[in-house]
Design a protein around this ligand. Structure first.
Ligand SMILES: Nc1ncnc2c1ncn2[C@@H]1O[C@H](COP(=O)(O)OP(=O)(O)OP(=O)(O)O)[C@@H](O)[C@H]1O
Length: 616
């Protein structure tokens, strides 16, 4: 058997290899790969794949519209479009069925890992090493078994310069043109551009291009500045337009990047011409501060809340209408429910329906903020308020929500001193930042979410009674989905959203029956994850059989529930005991068990999710 070597490949074709291919082959040789085919690697189990998809939920959702477009392109070229996560695990593969079958024979299918170290030179693996768009043609693949493929692939970057995933189009060798790579890049422009609309509604966002016609399109450059006017995020086009790279994030200021006076703010140049520090003339499409995410030209708004259209029964719709009226009247709304039953989605929905819809929605998970920083994060601080404080101070999340809606998620986990400050802010409608004696007026509607019973926390002294009375005039309890009067309809509805209403993807009646009979401890989050995995693994025109379901849904419910609730109740006892021993202080309880606050909190949530009676 001929040993594959980089130099051998060059001689074989007598052609000059692109640099990225040469580098990739050298890396493969250095990591000891050899032979005609990669070593056999087991794909992830459907359970593991589901967990990876859950971890890459945002990426997967963001890619869906583009993957759909690329599917059509791929089908016409008899190829497939693939999205992979930042580790190189294929999350989804769509396109021409014949080619997908061939790709499947070399494990180019969901759940398989396509790093260079395992599969040799290939589109996904090479992109993860080179971090740039590239083409790997048939014979440029390291292993002979993969040489029937042409791959055009590019990285999807986060606004902070890390890799969010890879988009790849593979087609039969010798059929891929530069056009395929262009389409992949265009799709990535759209995906990356959308991230800015969602994430940076409250920063100073400068949109620019040398050609004013391209402002407002996914090709425009985007630079994001914080309150200190320091560059904190960008897209690739933005960086290229001002001749810098990702390393400049956090380091360069607005005044250093453009020919402006040091004290000038980006807003001054909205809709005007700007000159870069290198003298390049650019047009600014304006900047936005404290304004809602702007829908992109020609694209549907794709925010987290609208990714899945929430499914509500009649009773919940009535609750929404009541909650909206309460919120509009200036009173807080408390939303309770087990983990994953949609408390945050509900709050976002309420915001979207309210008169504050065009102002910010700020969600804060009180359990996720370190106890030592929670007050600074919520109420802001002035320069030098504490060691490690930002030079110019920080505005705080309450003020970030000014004009809009503030969701305090897991409010039951807020430390007592922060509760006292919050109460004052709600009563006075003003916030006093740490280290400052002057109060600043604020106006936001408040939604509080919790999976715990606030009354119990009040009784045990972990939640201030006065704050409880201030916020808990109106409660909405979101029921766990197992209590849904028409669970089969919920499942069908969510399945049709998951498949983008493609009637070729169908659940077998027995599969639907099993899904509707399961008790879903993780509620909507778990159901959505399972349906997404079924969809990824499904074949068009073949009903999804029961055998595709995860084992926990297939096992006899009684057996499984006994086992898992045994384990969960033991966990709950241990956690509760630690909490009791430390006066309800989660940080100290977590430390006593040698786990982080986040892990402790997660375990608590899991353990509580099998004890629905606690919610009632
Ligand atoms: N009404 C709904 N219809 C369809 N899907 C929903 C609905 N509510 C929530 N989901 C799905 O469930 C996921 C979890 O929802 P959300 O984050 O709002 O739950 P939560 O109750 O706030 O969870 P936790 O308490 O763990 O923070 C969402 O990302 C969405 O995919």
């Amino acid at each position: 058997m001929k040993k594959a070597t980089a130099s051998g490949a060059i001689q074989d074709r007598g052609a000059v290899q692109p640099d990225h291919i040469r580098r990739s082959w050298s890396r493969c040789e250095a990591s000891g790969l050899e032979g005609e085919a990669p070593p056999r690697i087991e794909p992830l189990t459907s359970h593991e794949l589901r967990s990876r998809i859950e971890q890459s939920e945002e990426l997967y959702r963001r890619c869906r519209p583009e993957l759909e477009t690329l599917r059509r392109v791929a089908v016409s070229g008899e190829g497939v479009a693939i999205v992979a996560d930042p580790l190189g695990v294929v999350l989804d593969c769509v396109g021409a069925e014949d080619f997908a079958r061939r790709a499947n024979q070399v494990s180019l299918s969901p759940g398989s890992l396509w790093t260079e170290q395992l599969r040799g030179t290939n589109g996904i693996g090479a992109v993860l090493m080179e971090l740039k768009p590239l083409v790997v043609r048939g014979s440029e693949h390291f292993f002979a078994t993969n040489r029937f493929l042409d791959c055009a692939a590019a990285p999807i970057m986060t606004p902070y310069g890390s890799v969010a995933g890879v988009l790849n189009v593979s087609a039969p060798a010798s059929t891929t043109s530069a056009y395929a790579l262009g389409l992949v890049e265009l799709a990535i422009d759209q995906i990356e551009h959308r991230q800015f609309a969602e994430v940076f509604a409250h920063h100073q966002v400068v949109r620019l291009h040398a050609d004013p016609q391209l402002l407002g399109t996914a090709r425009e450059g985007v630079l994001v500045f914080n309150d200190d006017l320091r560059l904190v995020a960008a897209n690739r086009h933005g960086l290229a337009l001002v001749d810098i790279d990702w390393k400049a994030l956090g380091g360069r200021s607005f005044g250093e990047l453009f020919d402006v006076s040091p004290e000038d703010e980006p807003g001054r140049y909205a809709g005007r011409e700007l000159r870069s520090w290198r003298g390049r003339r650019l047009h600014s499409g304006g900047q936005e501060k404290a304004s809602p995410a702007r829908p992109l030209a020609g694209l549907p708004r794709f925010s987290r809340a609208s990714l899945t259209t929430p499914i509500y029964d009649e009773a919940t719709r009535a609750d929404i209408e009541r909650a909206r009226k309460v919120m509009e009247s200036g009173l807080p709304v408390v939303v309770t429910g087990e983990t994953g039953c949609g408390k945050e989605v509900f709050a976002r929905h309420l915001h979207a329906l309210s008169s504050r819809a065009l102002c910010p929605f700020v969600a804060v998970n009180c359990a996720a903020l370190p106890e030592s920083l929670i007050e600074a994060e919520l109420f802001g601080y002035v320069e030098g308020a504490f060691t490690g404080a930002l030079k110019k101070g920080a505005k705080g999340l309450l003020r970030e929500a000014d004009g809009g809606v503030l969701l305090l998620d897991e409010i039951g986990d807020m430390p007592l001193p922060a509760q006292a400050r919050l109460l004052r802010a709600l009563q006075e409608r003003e916030v006093t930042p740490l280290g400052c004696s002057k109060a600043v007026p604020v106006d936001f509607a408040l939604i509080c979410a919790t999976h715990l019973k606030l009354e119990d926390l009040v009784a045990s002294g972990r939640f201030r009674r006065d704050l409880f009375y201030r916020i808990s005039q109106f409660h909405v309890r979101l029921k766990p989905i197992r209590e849904h009067p028409q669970l089969a309809r919920v499942v069908s509805n969510l399945w049709s959203q998951t498949t983008s209403e493609d009637p070729e993807y169908r659940l077998a009646p027995e599969t639907l029956g099993r899904l509707s009979g399961y008790d879903w401890p993780g509620n909507f989050r778990q159901l959505a994850g399972v349906l997404r995995t079924l969809f990824v693994l499904a074949e068009r025109s073949v009903e999804v059989p029961c055998s595709a379901l995860p084992v926990e849904i297939l096992s006899t419910p009684a057996e499984l529930r006994n086992e898992s609730s045994d384990l969960q109740s033991k966990t709950r006892l241990i956690l509760q005991d630690a909490l009791d021993r430390h006066g309800g202080n989660i940080s100290r309880a977590a430390r006593s068990l040698g786990v982080s606050r986040g892990t402790f909190y997660r375990r608590l949530l899991q353990a509580q999710s099998v004890a629905p009676s606690e919610m009632d």
